[in-house]
Design a protein around this ligand. Structure first.
Ligand code: NAP
Length: 187
């Protein structure tokens, strides 16, 4: 079971304002749909509620929606899984009998912060714009401190925003023993 972060952000790491997304790029949405289809998607209560407001339903296409809230009494009329800690979500995802599925962390800010130390891969869409009105940001400093390494980057142009954007992927750095093994020639 891999744990993946997925997020679309501006040059200054802004991701949202007043519960809304900052960018809606068709190709980015397609990439999101493709990567997360039939998988487990984890999100904070605010992100979950903004999805319900926008679509009148949780994310579909075979996705299992999991919501993080500190409110022990929080329930969703859609019957989604609700947990009040990261550990409980991780334990649940490992034991829910869906080990072949991957876990996708959809945000927002505090949820990215909480899951980055547990993440294997990070999929970011960097939109080449500075945004001044925002109230949620991606914790890029934390990602850098954790040593994630960029392994993929593809650049495109958005006519809608008249700017370039990049699909990138970052992987967790190898752990110390793995580096040691490589230096020993795998002996
Ligand atoms: N650009 C992108 O890719 C992207 C992706 C997702 C979201 N967004 C944007 O980000 C904004 C929403 O993000 P946000 O950071 O304000 O809210 P959020 O992370 O979606 O939700 C915050 C809520 O999640 C719960 N939570 C967070 N961390 C927790 C923890 N460690 N343990 C237990 N519960 C926890 C709490 O719920 P309770 O208050 O119920 O306790 C908290 O109030 C919106 O503007 C949205 O559009 C952008």
């Amino acid at each position: 079971m891999s744990i993946n972060i997925i997020c679309c952000l501006s040059n200054n790491n802004a991701i949202g304002y007043r519960k809304e997304l900052l960018f809606e790029i068709k190709e980015d949405l397609k990439r999101f749909q493709h990567l997360t289809k039939n998988q487990i998607v984890v999100m904070g209560r605010s992100t979950f509620e903004s999805i319900i407001e926008r679509n009148n339903k949780p994310l579909g296409n075979g996705r299992t929606n999991v919501v993080l809230s500190r409110d022990e009494n929080y329930t969703s009329k859609y019957g989604e899984y609700v947990f009040n800690s990261v550990d409980k979500i991780l334990k649940h995802c490992k034991t829910m009998g869906e080990c072949d599925k991957s876990v996708w962390i959809l945000g927002g800010q505090s949820v990215f912060e909480a899951f980055l130390p547990h993440a294997d891969n990070v999929y970011l869409t960097h939109v080449n714009k500075y945004v001044f009105d925002f109230d949620a940001e991606y914790p890029m400093g934390l990602q850098e401190n954790l040593g994630f390494i960029k392994t993929e980057e593809e650049e495109y142009h958005s006519d809608k925003y008249n700017c370039s954007y990049k699909f990138t992927r970052y992987d967790k750095p190898p752990v110390a023993e793995e580096i040691g093994e490589e230096n020993d020639g795998g002996k």
